[in-house]
Design a protein around this ligand. Structure first.
Ligand code: BG6
Ligand code: MG
Length: 215
């Protein structure tokens, strides 16, 4: 049986993935950069500055480090404006019920998000106290798809990786979970998340998830 579940935040517990998209889109329109859903897919799970680098690369644009910092800060300003309106109503379907059942079963939970805004979002959603461990992104040297963030979460929970299930909506995240030696649940479309052990549309099918946890 599995003893711990490690959740990504954006796009798994709440639909903030669309806010990240909207914030990048707004920035790109302002600076005359091309940006679409295909580029966006590559940014999921990837840190702020690395995401900006991908966008600039796609557009063959080179700018100074100061310029990059300015643009990354600006994107974050837009993003923070969007998340300031989040309430517990913005939890994705199935999340509350799943957490309740995990608590009853004594399954520990952690958050492994690349976002420096993760704690604000968790607080606004009213779920921050559900987690036994939240990874401090500032302490992670290698972002997803490197397994470091999931290995850190497993250590934080005190549960070996092979007894953990990771949940992710990004390709980079699924790769990180698999490299960490965990069971991977993908949230989204099977064609993009083909490396996952199981792909679900959302966390609504609690019985299915529990049957994997406790076979
Ligand atoms: C991840 C998102 O969770 O966090 C990425 O999937 C985002 O899209 C990354 O770039 C970093 O977030 P933030 O809030 O620190 O800019
Ligand atoms: Mg995500």
């Amino acid at each position: 049986r599995y003893e711990g579940m490690i959740f990504d935040l954006d796009g798994v517990l709440t639909d903030t993935a669309r806010f990240h998209y909207a914030a990048w889109k707004r920035l790109c329109e302002e600076i005359g950069c091309y940006f679409d859903e295909i580029i966006n897919e590559k940014l999921k799970g990837i840190g702020r500055m690395e995401s900006l680098n991908i966008i600039l690369n796609e557009n063959d644009i080179e700018i100074s480090d100061e310029g990059k910092q300015f643009l990354a800060d600006r994107k974050n300003l837009y993003y923070k404006e969007m998340i300031s309106k989040i309430t517990p109503m913005d939890l994705l379907p199935g999340v509350s019920e799943l957490f309740q059942r995990l608590n009853e079963l004594g399954v520990k939970k952690a958050v492994a998000s690349a976002s420096r805004n993760a704690c604000t979002v968790l607080e606004r959603l009213g779920i921050i106290d559900y987690f036994q461990y939240i990874v401090d992104t500032d302490r992670i040297k290698n972002g997803k798809p490197d397994p470091e963030i999931f290995l850190n979460a497993s250590k934080g929970l005190g549960i070996p990786p092979k007894k953990c299930i990771g949940v992710e909506d990004s390709q980079a995240g699924i790769e990180a979970i698999k490299k960490a030696g965990m069971y991977a649940i993908g949230i989204g479309k099977p064609d993009t998340l083909y490396k996952a052990d199981l792909v679900l549309r959302d966390l609504r099918d609690t019985d299915r998830i529990i049957s994997i946890l406790l076979p």
